[in-house]
Design a protein around this ligand. Structure first.
Ligand SMILES: *[C@@H]1O[C@H](CO)[C@@H](O)[C@H](O)[C@H]1NC(C)=O
Ligand SMILES: *[C@@H]1O[C@H](CO)[C@@H](O)[C@H](O)[C@H]1NC(C)=O
Ligand SMILES: *[C@@H]1O[C@H](CO)[C@@H](O)[C@H](O)[C@H]1NC(C)=O
Ligand SMILES: *[C@@H]1O[C@H](CO)[C@@H](O)[C@H](O)[C@H]1NC(C)=O
Ligand SMILES: *[C@@H]1O[C@H](CO)[C@@H](O)[C@H](O)[C@H]1NC(C)=O
Ligand SMILES: *[C@@H]1O[C@H](CO)[C@@H](O)[C@H](O)[C@H]1NC(C)=O
Ligand SMILES: *[C@@H]1O[C@H](CO)[C@@H](O)[C@H](O)[C@H]1NC(C)=O
Ligand SMILES: *[C@@H]1O[C@H](CO)[C@@H](O)[C@H](O)[C@H]1NC(C)=O
Length: 502
């Protein structure tokens, strides 16, 4: 028996217990509004679909990708549909803003640009598939703070989702997927066949008030999320997955950004889970834009060949005031790693890490002063990085090959290192000397196994010796509002027709 129009079941979107639960948690709901139960034939019904979601700002205007010719068959290119939709919606920038809904389907697309006061919302069963046709990837200028592309001199392929000079942009969804289909890019990188630097999945440049949340990103050609020269950035609830052997598939790379909050992310990738950056050698020094006021919390990371949190190696604009807490690391090369070199200039200072649990690590802590890897040979050999006030506390690590490898720069020691309340349980195959320290200075307290002499023990009464700021940063105070999306949805059209035929 067909359901009566006024008691249409709401099962359509909840196909499994897991999804039902997820739907409840994110308070997505389906509103089935019966507009006319008493119209002429008494049967015709229009069904509105809607849901609520949290975001930094809500929008007055809505559109569906399919309204712009989008086809979610996994084969048809939607590049023009995305560009047309966002171009159309850009007219609402100063009229309440707009949101573009990507319905269930597999949406093949090349790169497209975002606009201001705009939300891109992916349904949980929407998959953006990055085109593998190189013609779908325009080439843009290298980043001024890098002077060149990282894979090849000169330009770089624009990111899949790109925005520059924007304000108030949200990219979110109920865990919808962005699939970079990166394998051909990785292969070209390994074979040295790239003419330009590989694209990233999401890059936002020169922008303010950005939210990237509740999405799954898989198989990026290179870095996944790259906010650069931006401020007030929230990255929340992102799952990032790439083969652990894929090249440079960094998770989240805040780069010359102020006020960034990265939280509740799960990352398994072929490079650093979070890599904090600020430009490369003489280009980064000249550009002079630091990353500062960065919060990283509740991060789970698996990165067998890289770091959970890397600071550098491109840090020439400076990195300051990084606060990381509640971090879980599994099977990773290093926990926190500072990477720099002579010629970088810049600084890494006021770094605070507390509450970290690590399991199966090569090094719990690693600092590298001779990372090398220069943009070109024009770097200034007198440009020495300044590394100071680095605080690590309340950390437990199990099955660790070597507790720490701390290597500063001769004549330019890394100073103000503080390590307290840290227990490192070494693996059975561990090195005889668990700590190596050169050109570093600082203190320790309550650390097992006992650190090197360059970090003299202050006694167990100073177990809380290392600082962690107690004030909050402006980005900590940014709140989400409940926003809503209301529109007739295509998956209900067949039901519409059923009802009409009934
Ligand atoms: C993300 O989803 C979680 C539940 O999975 C929800 O609690 C949270 O509010 C959402 N956040 C954003 C910013 O979308
Ligand atoms: C896939 O798209 C290509 C190019 O747009 C087209 O030639 C081909 O027929 C399509 N294949 C299918 C199965 O739709
Ligand atoms: C996207 O933005 C970049 C950088 O501003 C620009 O070069 C490119 O032409 C834009 N793409 C489109 C389709 O407008
Ligand atoms: C974007 O902003 C930067 C920095 O303010 C500026 O140099 C650049 O010209 C702007 N680009 C556009 C396309 O407006
Ligand atoms: C999002 O999807 C990924 C990949 O399927 C899954 O591992 C993760 O648990 C999902 N997150 C949420 C909050 O449902
Ligand atoms: C790089 O450029 C060469 C010469 O123009 C061309 O033959 C080759 O196909 C290009 N490679 C890629 C990956 O685009
Ligand atoms: C400990 O680490 C080694 C690698 O160093 C790994 O092979 C082994 O499985 C780990 N053991 C446990 C109990 O996790
Ligand atoms: C030491 O670190 C543990 C977590 O590893 C934490 O529970 C405990 O409160 C810390 N002790 C002090 C004195 O801060």
């Amino acid at each position: 028996m067909k359901p009566k129009p006024n008691c249409i079941p709401t099962m359509e979107l909840s196909t499994s217990p897991r999804r039902t639960q997820a739907l409840e948690i994110i308070s997505v709901f389906v509103v089935l509004v019966l507009l006319s139960t008493s119209n002429v034939d008494g049967r015709k019904a229009r069904i509105l679909d809607g849901f609520d979601y949290p975001a930094i700002s809500c929008r007055a205007h809505s559109a569906l990708l399919t309204d712009f010719g989008g086809v979610g068959d996994g084969n048809t290119s939607n590049t023009e549909a995305f560009r047309a939709a966002i171009n159309y919606l850009s007219q609402f920038e100063s009229d309440g803003g707009s949101q573009l809904f990507v319905p269930p389907g597999r949406w093949l697309t090349g790169s497209f640009n975002l606009t201001s006061h705009f939300t891109l919302y992916l349904h949980k069963d929407a998959v953006l598939l990055a085109s593998q046709d190189v013609n779908e990837w325009p080439v843009i200028e290298p980043l001024p703070s890098y002077g060149r592309g990282r894979d090849a001199a000169g330009g770089r392929y624009i990111s899949l989702i790109f925005g520059t000079n924007l304000t108030d942009v949200v990219i979110t969804g109920e865990n919808g997927t962005i699939d970079g289909q990166g394998a051909p890019w990785w292969e070209k990188f390994h074979k040295g066949e790239l003419n330009y630097t590989r694209p990233y999945l999401i890059e936002i440049m020169y922008s303010d008030n950005i939210e990237i949340s509740n999405l799954t990103l898989v198989n990026s050609p290179s870095w996944n999320v790259h906010p650069v020269y931006s401020s007030n950035v929230i990255v929340q609830g992102i799952t990032i997955i790439a083969p652990v052997t894929s090249p440079n598939t960094d998770g989240i790379n805040p780069d010359s950004c102020t006020n960034t909050r990265i939280e509740d992310c799960y990352i398994v990738s072929g490079d650093d889970c979070v890599a904090v950056k600020s430009g490369w050698d003489e280009y980064g020094i000249a550009f002079g834009m630091p990353t500062k006021q960065l919060v990283i919390r509740r991060l789970t990371c698996i990165s067998p060949f890289s770091a959970v949190i890397a600071l550098g190696s491109e840090m020439s604009g400076g990195i300051q005031d990084v606060r990381a807490e509640d971090i879980v690391a599994i099977n990773s090369e290093s926990g926190v790693r500072i990477k720099t070199a002579v010629g970088r200039g810049g600084y890494v200072k006021d770094i605070y890490v507390r509450g970290m649990t690590m399991e199966t690590m090569k090094w719990a802590f690693w600092m590298t002063g001779n990372y090398g890897s220069h943009a070109d040979n024009n770097y200034d050999p007198n440009a020495l990085p300044s590394i100071q006030n680095i605080n690590y506390r309340d950390i437990v690590a199990d099955n660790v090959t070597m507790a720490a490898r701390l290597e500063g720069i001769s004549g330019d020691p890394f100073t103000g290192i503080c390590i307290s309340n840290v227990t490192i349980n070494l693996a059975t195959n561990s090195k005889k000397v668990p700590w190596t320290c050169t050109d570093v200075a600082g203190i320790s307290s309550g650390v097992v196994p006992p650190p090197c002499n360059l970090l003299p023990d202050q006694g167990s009464e100073n177990i809380a010796a290392c600082n962690f700021p107690t004030d909050s940063l402006p980005i900590d105070n940014v709140k989400f509002q409940m926003c809503s999306y209301r529109s007739r949805m295509p998956q209900f059209e067949s039901r519409d027709q059923d009802l009409e035929q009934a």
